[in-house]
Design a binder for this molecule. Structure first.
Ligand SMILES: C[S@@+](CC[C@H](N)C(=O)[O-])C[C@H]1O[C@@H](n2cnc3c(N)ncnc32)[C@H](O)[C@@H]1O
Length: 210
């Protein structure tokens, strides 16, 4: 928010917005007009119902980020928070460029690391550098300049906190018959912590000039 200096004049597209909580938080704090898209219909429905009274500055639509249903030069800022892992990156970056106004920005939080089961010996630490990730390769190929901020340590602390909270809530998950949710959250957090301890995981914010 500080880096992009969002305000009420900005039009923002949030790619892979999930249930729209982050888009809502950002719009509440800054007044920015934000459109969130996700291909999970249920998540979009939740977002639409929850924010019905904020429709003048918050909209949510079902959509595929690799095939954006918006006109050219519609947005000042495109957000992609942990959303660029499950899409055709090259095609998505092409679409982001099309819908962003000249001089617009892509802000992407992006983690990368050793794939599950990949032997540590054959894993190259070079891919953990900000210029070594798959996202960096696609941005370079497209000739898009970017700056990065390293959030790996923050990711570690976040994972540790998440694991503590999951443990504290375990009895509630169990009482609801949702122990698998506890296992998912705690397992994911432990996985991130282990990977960072083994120097096999990194996380960056990419700010890309479009
Ligand atoms: C890890 S979640 C992140 C959600 C949210 N940005 C956040 O940070 O809380 C990734 C989201 O991207 C969405 N997604 C993945 N690929 C997509 C695509 N091609 N088009 C639209 N949404 C996509 C998923 O449905 C999911 O909600």
């Amino acid at each position: 928010m500080d880096l992009t200096r969002l305000d009420a004049t900005h039009h923002v597209l949030d790619l892979g917005c999930g249930n729209g909580m982050i888009a809502e938080y950002l719009s509440d704090r800054t007044g920015a007009h934000i459109v969130g898209i996700d291909f999970i219909e249920e998540a979009i429905e939740h977002a639409q119902v929850r924010t019905a009274r904020k429709r003048n500055r918050l909209e949510f639509e079902v959509g595929d980020m690799a095939l954006l249903d918006f006109g050219a030069e519609s947005f000042d800022l495109v957000l992609a928070i942990d959303a660029l892992y499950f899409t055709d990156l090259e095609q998505t970056v092409k679409e982001i460029r099309r819908v962003a106004r000249p001089g617009g920005i892509l802000a992407a939080f992006y983690s990368y690391g050793r794939l599950p089961g990949e032997p540590l010996e054959s894993f190259s630490e070079l891919v953990l550098r900000p210029e070594g990730t798959p996202l960096a390769h696609v941005l370079n190929k497209a000739g898009l300049p970017y700056r990065t901020w390293d959030y790996t340590q923050a990711d570690y602390l976040h994972a540790r906190h998440k694991r503590q909270i999951a443990k504290a809530l375990k009895p509630l998950f169990e009482a609801e018959g949702n122990l698998f949710l506890y296992e998912n959250h705690a397992g994911e957090a432990a996985g991130v912590m282990e990977a960072i301890e083994a120097r096999a995981h990194s996380r960056y914010l990419y700010l890309v000039n479009l």
